[in-house]
Ligand binder design. Structure first.
Ligand code: S3P
Length: 171
């Protein structure tokens, strides 16, 4: 019985990797942002617009807490999830945490066409985006590095990751 949390910056591929990993392990997959959207019947941009980032972080924390009772599940977090409240500690104490690491350049490349659903970056030019990602990733990495495992997102091999976590956790 195990719970896996995939963490990492926006655009690092947490959801794609999470879905594949879950299917390899025969586990359920939950995308935290999508779970919040279904539960609150609002999109993430709508939650930011009506409740502010602070409101979103509270919702995110409560949602994460309520998912702790699940087992045999892979949960893809939002990029900011580990950085608020005691979320990182909560995840490390209740499951296996995996940081999907990616360089600033790759992230910016991937995020360039995926800004719409992401209120923190939606109005930024490429130059602004690069500066923002680089500054924020530097701050967030102190927390991301508290994950039990780190994998390189760019050449992520899900079969290898699945074998590795199976071996580590004995699932
Ligand atoms: C955020 C990342 C988003 C989403 C929200 C805030 C962040 O998730 O939770 O827009 O603070 O990095 P993704 O990492 O899935 O884009």
């Amino acid at each position: 019985m195990a719970k896996f949390f995939l963490i990492g910056y926006m655009g690092s591929g947490k959801s794609t990797a999470g879905e594949k990993l879950a299917s390899k392990l025969n586990y359920d997959f939950i995308d935290l942002d999508k779970w919040i959207e279904a539960e609150y019947e609002q999109t993430i941009p709508e939650i930011f617009a009506t409740k502010g980032e602070e409101g979103f972080r509270a919702i995110e924390h409560n949602s994460l807490k309520s998912l702790m009772e699940k087992n045999n599940v892979v949960i893809a977090c939002g990029g900011g999830t580990p950085c608020y409240y005691n979320n990182m500690e909560l995840m490390n104490n209740n499951g296996v945490t995996v940081y999907i690491k990616m360089s600033v350049d790759s992230l910016v490349n991937r995020l360039q066409n995926a800004k719409v659903k992401r209120p923190l970056i939606e109005n930024k030019t490429e130059k602004e985006l690069h500066a923002f990602v680089s500054r924020q990733l530097e701050k967030r990495e102190d927390i991301y590095h508290k994950a039990q495992y780190t994998v390189k997102g760019k050449d992520i091999n899900i079969n290898e990751l699945a074998d590795f976590v199976k071996q580590q956790v004995g699932v």
